[in-house]
Design a protein around this ligand. Structure first.
Ligand code: SF4
Ligand code: SF4
Ligand code: FES
Length: 281
């Protein structure tokens, strides 16, 4: 048996907007996205909504339901108090395109700056990595982070950019901290991204409030399993005397190797190194 619900849906574009009221029927078992589709079909054909799978897997339908960041296709109407008006607004952290659709391009720019997986060289004798036995623990640790569906709800809720947009160019955000963690914790990866995390990706801005973890629809322990271990690695890189000595020796060797190269090759290599350290474009 359906119920009549008052939905207050934000409508507008980059120049401004406001909530618009829609009295609509919600049927048993429906989610917020179903009700938005009914509004679109019956009352506002031009209502802009982004969605794809309606199964909590594509990460497209993110919005704020009664002020809480949610996937609208996973937010059940039965969880909400339908006696009160229900507000639906776009993610606040990202620029508005139209109605509930936001421009999440910022996230793709951050993604481009993550230095790629860099496997260690093949074993010179066997020409393969077959000698290495990966532990189940290693697999589970990185697989948790691979569950991310890029809904960007964690990016949306993080106060470092939500309340201070000026931080955005220097802050990767929780979604990308777990991408860094995934690479850093991979047993075959050789890149060291800890300095970059500290100096260019704003890991230090995160004060472990765990808001990102609370909104993640995939239940990823972003803070406990990703951000905190990364912070520990950053401290090790910066203050552990052995690590500092190792880094200094590596730096000296790299400089020597570069100095021995012809000028054009040297410049090309330098450009490659800057890219691997996350310098934009
Ligand atoms: S724990 Fe850190 S990254 Fe997550 S929301 Fe809080 S400040 Fe942002
Ligand atoms: S970590 Fe969770 S909340 Fe953040 S983008 Fe991935 S799935 Fe969404
Ligand atoms: S429509 Fe794909 S996650 Fe909601």
């Amino acid at each position: 048996m359906g119920e009549s619900v008052l939905m207050k849906v934000w409508r507008g574009d980059a120049s401004g907007g406001d909530f618009q009221d829609f009295r609509v029927q919600a049927e048993e078992g429906e989610v917020v996205l179903d009700v938005l589709h009914r509004i679109q079909a019956e009352q506002a054909n031009d209502l802009a909504i982004r969605w794809n799978c309606k199964a909590g897997k594509c990460g497209s339908c993110s919005a704020e339901v009664n002020g809480h960041p949610r996937l609208t296709c996973m937010a059940r109407m039965s969880e909400l108090d339908v006696a009160e008006p229900i507000t639906i607004s776009p993610m606040r952290t990202f620029p508005i395109v139209k109605d509930l659709v936001t421009d999440v391009a910022f996230n793709y720019e951050v993604a481009r700056r993550v230095p790629a997986f860099s496997p260690r060289p093949k074993d010179p004798v066997t020409e393969s990595d077959g000698r290495y036995r990966m532990q189940q623990m290693d697999i589970e640790r990185v697989q948790e982070f691979r569950k991310c569906i890029e809904c960007f709800l964690c990016q949306n809720v993080c106060h470092v950019i939500r309340d201070h947009p000026d931080n955005a160019p220097h802050f990767a955000g929780p979604r990308f901290f777990i991408r860094y963690a995934e690479l850093e914790m991979h047993p075959l990866d050789t890149n060291d991204r800890t300095r970059m995390l500290q100096e260019k990706m704003g890991l230090g801005y995160c004060n472990i409030t765990k808001c990102c973890t609370e909104v993640c629809p995939e239940g990823i322990h972003i803070t406990d399993n990703g951000i905190i271990p990364l912070k520990e690695r950053v401290i090790t890189t910066k203050y552990d005397p052995y690590t500092r000595l190792r880094d200094r020796m590596r730096e000296r060797r790299r400089k020597r190797e570069l100095d021995d190269l012809p000028e054009r090759t040297r410049r090309r290599k330098l450009r490659g190194l800057n890219a691997s350290e996350g310098e934009p474009g």
